[in-house]
Design a protein around this ligand. Structure first.
Ligand SMILES: Nc1ncnc2c1ncn2[C@@H]1O[C@H](COP(=O)(O)OP(=O)(O)OP(=O)(O)O)[C@@H](O)[C@H]1O
Ligand code: SF4
Ligand SMILES: [Mg+2]
Length: 401
């Protein structure tokens, strides 16, 4: 019997075909994720020794009943050592899915890293042939620098970096803190987890040191439960917790969005301060261009699962190239706007994530679109040693050779 097809709806036959194709892909990717592997299989080299993180051609998909959502569709950007990289872009463009891929927190089986590399310069235990850390006395272990490809790590090896070398600060601290344990117990746990042989005294001393670092008097907060603290205080605790493992990279995903404006400013000051004190880098994800301008050294602009422009904070704010980046800046409120000036709103919507077009994803919303824009998706054009843009308007300006 023939199935009637309504526009925008899938037929049963199509639904069955999608489910079958999804199951095949998921089976293969889950087996890869859960495989046993020698360390040599996920060791690699950095492209540039000055970077702590290099995301290269990352594809992270969600295999849904409607089809494959290419949430992260070929994303590449670097985080240099001791720098802050800000990632901006409108809701749903793949900022969080990229950072969750770095932490390998993508929820399977439907969510999967499908392709690409996530190179991370770790400082980890030197291991013997059996894979065990090598002690060097007094509870200490031999350490060495190692470059891991996080995307190729079996999931049971991810403890080597997650929470320890790479820590994450989320938007809503209450969801990351356990309501039944005191702040002190939760902070101490970080040391127990990451320092083999740590004693209760060592863990408490470390927890108190971290609380002081985030501007908290330890005695006031160490014995308290999360619900006894304000939102700003909880976010400080989350930052203390992220710092306790002395990570090389902190990922802060909308760290101030859930807080009111004055507390936001305090948390940003704190992050600035910490940036100077720690020997690490920060990947800062936010909707707020003001926060990026204040905090970041480099900016990555994402649109519909792709990076469409990246450069230094100066390049992106003073000389934005992509029509979307220019639109984003026009839609940002400023002190000079009077009541009669309406904020610019980029017209139109992001295309359906299941059926992305072959051409530039911004085409339907772009006022500068030319005939070329109906052709292939634009490649990355290098404008300066640090400034890149994916837009046909700059095709002749490539400084890359
Ligand atoms: N579990 C899931 N199943 C299907 N699609 C998902 C899932 N999680 C995320 N997505 C899709 O992935 C895309 C990217 O989501 P992501 O959370 O990375 O956006 P974002 O840029 O962080 O947005 P926001 O600014 O709102 O936090 C979205 O289109 C979203 O619909
Ligand atoms: S490639 Fe064309 S459609 Fe896309 S942003 Fe550039 S000018 Fe606009
Ligand atoms: Mg997000």
């Amino acid at each position: 019997m023939s199935e009637t097809k309504k526009k925008g709806y899938l037929t049963n036959k199509e639904i069955r075909a999608i489910a079958k194709a999804n199951a095949k892909q998921i089976k293969k990717l889950e087996a890869y994720k859960n495989r046993k592997a020698e360390e040599s299989e996920f060791l690699t080299e950095m492209k540039d020794d000055g970077n702590i993180l290099e995301i290269d051609g990352l594809h992270t998909y969600f295999f849904t009943e409607q089809g494959v959502v290419k949430a992260v569709n070929g994303v590449s950007y670097d985080v240099p050592k001791n720098k802050v990289v800000g990632v901006v872009g409108e809701s749903g463009c793949g900022k969080s899915v990229t950072s969750m891929s770095v932490m390998r927190l993508i929820q399977g089986p439907s969510g999967q890293i499908v392709e690409g590399s996530i190179r991370f310069k770790a400082y980890d235990y030197k291991r013997d042939e059996k894979g065990n850390p090598i002690p060097k006395g007094e509870g200490k272990y031999e350490m060495e620098e190692k470059i891991y490809d996080i995307a190729k790590m079996p999931i049971n090896e991810i403890h080597r970096i997650r929470g320890k070398q790479v820590a994450m600060i989320f938007q809503e601290p209450m969801t990351s803190l356990n309501p039944v344990f005191t702040i002190g117990e939760q902070l101490d746990e970080v040391t127990f987890l990451h320092v083999p042989g740590a004693t209760k005294e060592m863990a408490k001393a470390k927890s108190e040191e971290m609380l002081r670092l985030v501007g908290i008097i330890p005695e006031n907060v160490y014995p308290r439960f999360p619900h006894e603290l304000s939102g700003g205080m909880r976010q400080r605790v989350m930052i203390a917790m992220a710092l306790a493992a002395e990570p090389r990279l902190i990922i802060a995903d909308e760290p101030t969005t859930a807080l009111d404006v004055t507390i936001q400013a305090q948390i940003l000051d704190l992050l600035q301060d910490i940036k100077k004190k720690i020997d690490g880098s920060i990947l800062l994800i936010t909707h707020d261009l003001g926060v990026i301008a204040e905090m970041a050294d480099y900016v990555v602009v994402m649109y519909a699962g792709k990076v469409i422009e990246k450069g230094t904070v100066f390049e992106i704010f003073q000389d934005p190239k992509h029509p979307y980046t220019i639109g984003l800046q026009k839609s940002k409120p400023t002190m000079t706007l009077d009541d009669s000036t309406e904020l610019y709103n980029i017209p139109g919507n992001v295309p359906n994530p299941v059926n992305m077009p072959q051409h530039c994803y911004f085409k339907e919303r772009c006022a500068k679109c030319t005939a070329k824009c109906s052709g292939e998706y634009p490649g990355m054009v290098q404008i300066s040693p640090t400034h890149f843009v994916a837009c046909h308007l700059y095709d002749g300006e490539d400084k890359n050779g």
